[in-house]
Every structure is written in C-alpha cells, then in structure tokens.
Write a protein that binds this ligand. Sequence first.
Ligand code: GLN
Length: 547
Amino acid sequence: MARFIFITGGVVSSLGKGLASAALGALLQARGYTVRLRKLDPYLNVDPGTMSPFEHGEVFVTDDGAETDLDLGHYERFTGVAARMSDSISSGRVYSTVLEKERRGDYLGKTIQVIPHVTNEIKDFIRIGEDEVDFMLCEIGGTVGDIEGLPFFEAIRQFAQDKARGQCIFMHLTLLPYLAASGELKTKPTQHSVKELRSIGLAPDILVCRSEHPIPEREREKIGLFCNVRKDAVIAAYDLKSIYEAPLAYHAQGLDQAVLDAFGISPAPKPDLTIWHDVADRIHNPEGEVRVAIVGKYTQLEDAYKSIAEALTHGGMANRVKVRIDWVDAELFDRADAAPYLEGFHAILVPGGFGERGTEGKIKAAQFAREKRVPYLGICLGMQMAVIEAARNVAGLTTAGSEEFDHEAGVKRFEPVVYHLKEWVQGNQTVARKQGDAKGGTMRLGSYDAVLRDGSRVADIYGGTAIEERHRHRYEVDTKYRDKLEAAGLCFTGMSPDGKLPEIVEWTDHPWFIGVQFHPELKSKPFAPHPLFADFVRAAVENSRLV
Ligand code: GLN
C-alpha cells in the first residue's frame, strides 16, 4: 500500500512545484523505493490538449495517449517512470465524469454536490494503482486560495483522514521574498499561505521555501515556529543553473530525509545518487558548445517546446557539449530569404505545430538545411514540412502542401502530399475519425510501433529496426507520393507495421537530415538521452568543426 505525498503551492505561482515533486521522486528512487507522480489541475479544460501552447506550455503525451500537463514531462525525465492517462486529471475531467454519471442515473434520487460527489471522484482518481508503488506523489496545480482549487484541497484532506494515521503527508512550496532596501528575507507571505492552508484543514509537514538568498538559521527557526513545522522540515530551495541539479540540491538541503522522517521511516535507507552526480558532471563540464536553431511558431514562450529543449540538453550531455538553443520565429521569413536568419547554426530543428501560420518559413528552413548540408531534425509538422519541401523543390510537385492548411483556409490550393488521416490501426483495432470531428482528443495519440529499414541511418542510430514512439497529429504523409519522393532521394526509412503510414524520412545523401512523424523528445531522459537527439547533436558537433 502506497504512502502518499501531497504537494501544494502558495504565495505565487511558478515556484517550481513540478520540479520539486519530480526531484523528490528521483530521491526516493535513489533510496530504493518505487514511485509514481500525479498532477491534479484545477482548470476546467477536460485536458490541456485544447489549450494554446502560448498560455500553458507544451502538451505532454503519454504512451497510452493522454494529452497532459507539461509537469508530467518533468516527472518522467527525473524518474524514468512512464506516465499514464491516470496520472493527470483536471476539474474539467472530474466534472464531466460526475455529470455523465448523473445523466446515466448513477446517483438517482440524490442531489449532486461538490462534497461528496466531486471530492469522491477526485479521491477515486488518487487511489488508482495505489498497490503498485511505495510512494505516490500528487501535485495540486495552482496556488492555495484559488477558488477552483478548493475541491482538490478538500479531497486530499478527506483522503488523509480515510487513510491510516501517518500514511499521508503534506508538502507546501512557498516563496521568501527579499527586500533589498532592508536586506531582509520576508517570511510573512509564507506564514499567511500556511494559515490559508490550515483554514481548510491542511497542516503542512514539510515546507519548501524558494529564495534567491541564503536563508539564515534563525529565519528557518522562525518559519518553523510560526508555521508549526519542524525546523528540519523547513527546506531551502535556491535558484539552480540547471534543473538537473535539483535532486542533489534538495538532497543537500535534507528534503528526502525530512520526508522519510515525516513518515517515521527509520532507519532511512542510504541513497545512491551516482546517476545524478554523473548528470551534474556532464552539465557542468562540457567540452564545447554547439548552436541549434529551433524554427517554430511559439518562440516567445520556451515552455511551448519544453521537452524538445530538454531532449537537446540531454543530447548535449551524451556528447559532453553545451547545446545553445536559439528560438527563431518561422514567420520572419515566410516571405523573405531564410539564409540571414539561419546562417551560423550548427543544426536546425523544426518542431511540431498546428495551423498554417509560419509554415512557408519552416519549408524554407528545411530547404536551407538540405541545400547547405546542415543537420536537420524535423519533428511531426517539421517532418511534414521537409516532405513538402522535397516534393516542391526536388520531385517537381510544385503545388505540394498539406490538407491541414486548405481545411483551415476553406479553399483547395495544394496537392495533398500531407493528407487528413481518417482511419488507422491501433493495436488490433481500427480507429476512425471524420473531418470536422470535435477538436479535443481526436488525434492519432500515444505510442505506436514503427519498423525501420535495415541498414538505414535511423536503424543504426536506434540500434535496431523495431521502435515505439509517441504520436500527436491528425495529418500524415501520403504513401501515394513515396516512389516520386524516393526517386528524388528522400527515403521512407520508417513505416507503421502495416506499411501504410510513413514514420521516418531521410535524405540519404545528406550529412544528417531526418524527419520523424512522432515525438522522440517525449521519451528522452538526462540519464538516458534519446538516440535521435544524441546523434543529432553529434552531427551538430561534427558540423561545427567544419565551419
Ligand atoms: N498539425 C500537424 C498534424 O496534425 C502536425 C502536428 C504536430 O506537429 N504535432 O498532423
């Protein structure tokens, strides 16, 4: 039976709750325990799939096809435990389930209320798989005091009451602001945040205090005293150069020890932090630097491509180099020459995306990379753009485009080299979609097998010909054009097992040009960099030696 750790935040948002949760998960693993991490989000979207990456950052896709919060990406990158659909829930999902049950007549005769119907639904969710792990870490999105968060706070309060004493603990993250004028760290916002938490029946066992300045011992004592938390359980969280220092930094501050103490686990098993020391060493002691351009649309908010940036960092770690990422807005050269924007980079990556805006720029980026022999990695939309570029400029299909853009514009302008996929096979089932279906959850989502061509560059990179990768898209390269494109030199070296869906294309006469229909970035870890990213960065290093 799992022990539960509930993680909440106060004072301000964006304190790094997800990161603290992920790092704690890694530390518990280092002590020999099994863990699972969950995110409970108070917003009313059923899932983040329909939210703009500008607002909410990237959508993280799980193997079982859930569109989830980007914090699940942190969880996976730190623990290596593949997240599942049942590790992410929002108020929207909870309410829609409760309302569905109401319509079905499951609660016949009853008045449906937040307590107990909504809170019960949340508690049932938290319980899923509780027998599988030693520790279940549940992060509540948002900040204490938010109206939307109340049912979640109430549910975890009840949950701890339902369980045996000592089976659940509460960890709260706050901020200690620094007043430069008086040279002081202020503890009052933390006190108020804990007061708010206590007013809804939750007493934190651990306080994690974010601070830009060292927290003096007497301030730690004061926080403990005023917030009714043991002094050793007031943990400092300082800014870090790299997020991957977090496990070692939290360990140095005593977080994992405080958690085990709070559960009364004594003696605590000794931690083995070898992998995190190796990760830190690779980050802090690079032997060079490469510059990679990410040519995208959501370049103002780096969180929109979070997993890609992380996977590139991992690729750098595999090669012991620092990867410097420049975010290049594809729209800048939709109608202009791309060269001035792309010269000087050692590699170019075109990530996934939706909609036509910026796609002509992305096509030019693919052309630039092909002609100038710069390593290119195209992911999802980035692969589709590379195929369209090849079709237009090498295979002579001058009007090649994607049906996605014609659908959006409501006019037929392009030869549909990339078309709307309406039926495909998942496992041993056929999935069907219609044009105009609801937007949420209607894509080809989650993990699918692919078969790689023997002797191809990708088979070499993966070290085998059978792979599984995660997908999130509606459109697909049409195999009708395969012969023409292959004759032009763009080879289809990865296909779905039934041979119908192109998964990987590559220019074989190019130093490194690969497009993938899936999202390899979602499976990369600092201690196990994804082979495609490791090899892409290796190619960038090689290219940097030429220029
Ligand atoms: N918009 C494209 C599609 O739906 C690509 C999606 C993506 O890049 N994730 O097929």
